[in-house]
Design a protein around this ligand. Sequence first.
Ligand code: MG
Ligand code: MG
Length: 246
Amino acid sequence: MRRSPDELAKMRRAGRVVAEIHEATRAAIAPGVTTARLNEVAAEVLERRGARSNFLGYHGFPAVICTSPNAMIVHGIPGDYTLVEGDIISVDCGAIVEGYHGDAAYTAGVGAIDAASARLLEVTERSLWAGIAQLVAGHRLHEVGRAVQEVAEAAGYSVVREYVGHAIGTAMHETPQVPNYWPGTPGPTLKTGMVFAIEPMVNIGAPDTYVLEDGWGVMTADGSRSAHFEHTVAVTDEGPEVFTIL
Ligand code: MG
Ligand code: MG
């Protein structure tokens, strides 16, 4: 659906809070830090900014961020896991401001990481920006996934099929979905005022996944590392506007 300028202003504010959570959690990532600590850092930002979490309580999710290390793709529950040098860690979070949602994710290295992991992060983030570049009025939504897939697969990686991006507004997950691959049928035509969370999940190995016994953490079936980058982005007359960036 198309958001009014007033709604977009609220989403811009929600996006800014999410970007501030990214900045604060990134600064806290280091060997020896638990994922529970990253969750505390995020909760402090939400509190300070007077924003609500759209993750806490979502289908019973117990935290304000998802933390997904190494072969975990998405939806990890923060807890006792202690970061070690060489890990990669995905942090996904959101915020609600005046009823409007922001949602974004990044993957970062913990200390020095190997070249294969660094390349995975670089390619996945580049695939996100290739997808974002397609959010232009008059384009079709499936061009986003096609662009993401092209970048990821050209690098020899695979994109996850079971989890996708989404429209966002007064709920975190609105329709339509935004697959990170060519879905087989053309998507809707993009119009000014539409807002989407674009979020490639890219695996070094095969795209197959499984869910941990906790019902949340999504893993690569082959144990290969996975990265996840996401922004909340509006279609505007001037092109894509990324809300979840400082
Ligand atoms: Mg997210
Ligand atoms: Mg999302």
